[in-house]
Ligand binder design. Structure first.
Ligand SMILES: *[C@@H]1O[C@H](CO)[C@@H](O)[C@H](O)[C@H]1NC(C)=O
Ligand SMILES: *[C@@H]1O[C@H](CO)[C@@H](O)[C@H](O)[C@H]1NC(C)=O
Ligand SMILES: *[C@@H]1O[C@H](CO)[C@@H](O)[C@H](O)[C@H]1NC(C)=O
Ligand SMILES: *[C@@H]1O[C@H](CO)[C@@H](O)[C@H](O)[C@H]1NC(C)=O
Ligand SMILES: *[C@@H]1O[C@H](CO)[C@@H](O)[C@H](O)[C@H]1NC(C)=O
Length: 302
């Protein structure tokens, strides 16, 4: 529906693709068309003589009907039909694009059991502005009980699911529906909360050189993990000395520190930590950014 203000009278018209702009001239009507389709735009309903269509203000065709085959992006612009007197009969802004494809949805929980996050992408760019409706519900609950998935972070296509049931017997369904002027597409994805747990990497990794060519490594749980006391994490430690093929992985450790021993003087070691839910739910985090530490050839002890 659009509201057009003409000569002091408020005219309300309706039309699926209509978005009015207030003006004394007829409002520019938005017309959305799929790339590659054919478009016919009559100037008036009747057969009015002596009208012509202009494209972006240049003369295009002296005909009451504009006809475009196999529309492409270069046909986008403002089409104006006017009488020879210069009176504008109508203006159409032609927009080309595609209806959205069903989104690809990926959900994970870096903040179990507080929230899960879902993000999504479209396989092809619909070109036109596209909005997303994101809702979630229990598998056997009615569609009407679905809750809004709130936008999360500064990303456009990411939302947070809160107050999910833990150890639920049935999956949660997330419904991501992409909508634009040419259509909509829905992707429904089921998941079990515990299976999508994936902590963020541990933080504040540090290493202290100790006598005997050892390094004491410490770290903090990721700050996004809401309750490391009641929902414990376990950790793996990976280290190598410059060549990735020398990497070794140790653990899991249930504490936030461990000691690397048997190191070689003069070598620089790169150390990374990953976290996983202690019950083995879901996946391990990515590795933390490596810290490096060089074992001195001579160790001066105080
Ligand atoms: C439509 O246009 C595209 C690109 O401009 C071209 O590749 C395609 O062959 C055309 N299709 C038809 C049916 O003319
Ligand atoms: C027509 O105008 C639109 C914007 O109003 C512009 O994007 C488009 O490139 C123009 N096309 C031509 C062929 O001038
Ligand atoms: C799913 O059901 C549980 C138990 O009835 C309820 O606590 C939870 O809020 C429901 N989840 C959603 C998303 O409606
Ligand atoms: C998915 O969401 C869309 C938009 O809110 C809604 O129209 C549709 O009924 C939903 N489908 C299911 C199966 O939940
Ligand atoms: C990491 O260290 C900084 C500075 O010492 C501290 O403010 C922050 O809380 C630590 N992060 C965690 C997750 O403990």
């Amino acid at each position: 529906m659009c509201l057009i203000y003409i000569f002091g009278a408020l005219v309300i018209t309706s039309g699926v693709f209509c978005q009015g702009t207030a003006a004394l001239q007829p409002a520019v009507r938005d017309l959305f068309v799929v790339v590659g389709s054919s478009v016919k735009i009559p100037c008036t309903d009747g057969e009015e003589k002596g009208v012509e269509w202009r494209f972006n203000s240049s003369v295009l065709v002296s005909s009451p009907v504009i006809s475009i085959q196999n529309a492409s992006l270069k046909d986008q612009g403002i089409y104006t039909c006017q009488k020879q007197t210069g009176d504008v009969v109508q203006s159409v802004s032609l927009h080309l694009g595609y209806p959205p494809s069903p989104p690809h949805v990926h959900c994970w929980s870096p903040s179990y059991p507080k929230r899960a996050i879902c993000s999504w992408t479209l396989t092809s760019d619909p070109i036109l502005p596209t909005q997303y409706i994101a809702t979630y519900r229990n598998f056997s609950d009615p569609v009407s009980s679905a809750r809004q998935c709130q936008k999360w972070g500064d990303q456009d296509r990411q939302c947070a699911l809160e107050e999910l049931e833990i150890f639920a017997r049935e999956p949660t369904l997330i419904n991501i529906t992409a909508v634009n002027a040419l259509g909509s597409a829905t992707q429904i994805q089921p998941f079990i909360f515990e299976q999508i747990v994936k902590p963020d990497p541990p933080e504040n990794v540090s290493g202290i050189i100790m006598p005997g060519r050892k390094v004491s490594v410490q770290w903090s749980p990721p700050h996004t993990w809401p309750d490391p006391v009641n929902f414990l994490l376990k950790y793996k430690v990976r280290f190598h000395w410059g060549k990735p093929e020398t990497a070794r992985t140790l653990g899991p450790y249930e504490s936030n520190k461990m000691v690397l021993s048997g190191l070689v003087a003069g070598r620089t070691y790169y150390i990374q930590i990953s976290a996983k839910d202690i019950l083995d739910d879901g996946q391990s985090s990515e590795w933390s950014a490596p810290i490096h530490i060089t074992i001195p050839t001579i160790l001066y002890l105080k």
